[in-house]
Design a protein around this ligand. Structure first.
Ligand code: SAH
Ligand code: MG
Length: 216
């Protein structure tokens, strides 16, 4: 296994300062996996589904730069079901007063700007399934952390995982094999089908993060 430079502490501080849901040790694991994938499959981009305010995006954008590639960050920036008003993960400061809707794009832009990653991180603002339907580039690395309901999780699996290049990496967040630990769709609609398809093999697990390699 090649060894890679650890993430620059100043860059890591930008990730930790950003609003979001990525625990530090899982972000570090995400960085290592993305950097390794970028090196294993040179010339192809990385792609994230579900950026929110750009927290995970900083780890991935830093990995893209270190691997000499770029990161596409797909999000409609209107929040998942569980981010809406009245739900557990709602942050009222993400609501746009003019529309009354969530809008995390300004916060995302601030995070990427402050981290100095605007040259390698490109926001793609839209519905994940609709973007996936028009996406043709193979990917060195795919991170799925978008809608955690059954349908969005299934659509992310169907729409995006075929784009992972042979030897590339699929990373999935919020995978909870034990229902007592959290919601099921990332486990049932993405992780299990990926393994059962025979196209992906499990490489590592850190918290609720799963790293799989495309093997077939
Ligand atoms: N990775 C982030 C957390 C992502 S939260 C972090 O590290 O903090 C999930 C994000 O997925 C939200 O920003 C939400 O807007 C987005 N999302 C949910 N369903 C989506 C869909 N169908 N299309 C595009 N984005 C979606
Ligand atoms: Mg998550």
């Amino acid at each position: 296994m090649p060894t890679f430079e650890p993430l620059d502490p100043a860059m890591r501080a930008h990730a930790l300062a950003a609003t979001g849901f990525m625990p530090p040790h899982e972000g570090d694991a995400l960085y290592s996996a993305a950097l390794a994938a970028g090196a294993a499959v040179p010339g192809l981009p990385l792609l994230e589904v579900g950026s929110y305010c750009g927290r995970s995006t900083v780890w991935l954008g830093a990995a893209a730069r270190a691997a000499g590639t770029v990161l596409f960050a797909v999000d409609h920036h209107r929040g998942s079901e569980e981010n809406q008003s009245g739900w557990e993960h709602h942050d009222p400061t993400t609501v746009d007063a003019r529309t009354g809707k969530m809008d995390t794009l300004p916060r995302f832009r601030d995070t990427i700007h402050d981290a100095g990653l605007e040259d390698v991180v490109f926001a793609v603002v839209g519905q994940s399934a609709a973007v996936a339907a028009h996406w043709t580039s193979p990917l060195a690395f795919l991170f799925i952390d978008g809608g955690h309901g059954e349908e969005p999780a299934r659509l992310d699996y169907e729409g995006w995982t075929p784009r992972v290049a042979m030897g590339g990496t699929l990373a999935i967040h919020d995978v909870f094999p034990d229902p007592a630990d959290g919601g099921r769709p990332p486990y049932e609609q993405i992780f299990r089908p990926a393994l059962e398809s025979g196209h992906f093999a499990l490489v590592s697990a850190t918290g609720s993060l799963r790293i799989l390699h495309r093997v077939g």
